[in-house]
Design a protein around this ligand. Structure first.
Ligand code: NAP
Length: 300
């Protein structure tokens, strides 16, 4: 029997682990793939208070080492479901089952696909969802980034230092991403804004050679020769496994307020997988602290 099982080793989950360990709790973190969550692929973080600049990898690794150093155990198992048996919660994974007195769901979200034909077929052959992972393969080549949020503008800035030219394709002529970063992109002489535009087609047989984009309002379309396209059109949550113990909204997020409390006593939710307005590193970390403190108080 564990005190607290945390599902997900991203910023929210690892922060929850730090707080739960420091509250003297026995903590198991279950992670389906690798620690770090979305932020591990962010080239440069410049908006976490107290840290002027840090790579996503260094930030995530610091969190991981801090949590495990305090005593959290991290196991790489995908969670299939959570069952509420009152004072005991049973967390079932692909490899077994764990009993816990409290559970924190911190599963974040995964990359949303563009939804264009042949997208999956061309992954690894020109289509990528991670500029920091794959950017170097496109040194000196022309690439496109699709999206208008912080991931897209951050990726475009990162790629502008590697690629010969970066086309930033966005369906609107304004961006959700940081205005400061958008201004830096406008000043870069190898970045072209392609807005408003949507990607209609990925062109190339064995590997990507070009994309076709169109302006939905005017109907005009254009072919852009690129060796790579970096898809950064947001994330989608994946919380179906927890439907037995939490409410899930129509967009797939676990329903909870800022207190991170779900409909099941002893089951809490933290980070980007929760219904919330602002999904940032600092709010994920904040949720982790709130959820762990609440879980510890629940255990008593
Ligand atoms: P996001 O903020 O949700 O932005 C997704 C972008 O993709 C939006 O511009 C959206 O367009 C566009 N989009 C969505 N579906 C599309 C489709 N089917 N076709 C074309 N475009 C589509 O996602 P994100 O940039 O990945 O960021 C996710 C969260 O992480 C955000 O809260 C972000 O601020 C945060 N983040 C933070 C940091 C940091 O703190 N340093 C770094 C990266 C990300 P519309 O604008 O038209 O809806």
């Amino acid at each position: 029997m564990r005190d607290i099982v945390i599902i997900g080793a991203g910023t929210a989950g690892l922060t929850a682990a730090i707080y739960a360990c420091r509250a003297g709790r026995d903590v198991l973190v279950l992670e389906a793939s690798s620690y770090g969550g979305q932020i591990i692929n962010t080239p440069d973080i410049e908006n976490y208070p107290g840290i002027r600049s840090v790579s996503g990898y260094d930030f995530a690794t610091g969190l991981y080492e801090q949590a495990t150093g305090l005593g959290a155990e991290v196991r790489y198992e995908k969670v299939a479901g959570v069952e509420d048996r009152g004072d005991v919660k049973v967390v079932t994974t692909t490899q077994g089952a764990y009993e816990a007195r409290a559970v924190i769901v911190a599963t974040g979200a995964k990359n949303r696909p563009l939804g264009v034909a042949r997208e999956q077929e061309l992954v690894g052959r020109g289509v990528s969802y991670c500029a920091t992972c794959d950017g170097m393969f496109f040194r000196g080549k022309d690439v496109a980034v699709v999206g208008g949020g912080n991931t897209a503008v951050g990726d475009a800035l990162f790629l502008a230092n590697i690629a010969r030219k970066v086309y930033l394709v966005h369906r609107r002529d304004y961006f959700r991403g940081s205005p400061a970063d958008v201004a830096r992109l406008r000043e870069a002489d190898n970045v072209e804004f392609v807005v408003p535009a949507v990607v209609d087609e990925l062109i190339g047989d064995q590997a990507l050679e070009a994309i076709r984009v169109s302006d939905p309002a005017s109907g005009t379309s254009r072919r852009i020769d690129v060796a790579g396209v970096f898809v950064a059109v947001g994330q989608i949550p994946d919380n179906a496994a927890f439907a037995g113990v939490v409410d899930i909204d129509e967009r797939g997020y676990v329903v909870a307020g800022e207190d991170c409390v779900t409909r099941t006593p002893g089951v809490f939710v933290a980070g980007d997988c929760r219904t919330k307005q602002v999904r940032q590193l600092v709010t994920a970390a904040g949720d982790g602290a709130v959820a762990a403190t609440a879980a510890s108080a629940y255990i008593g």
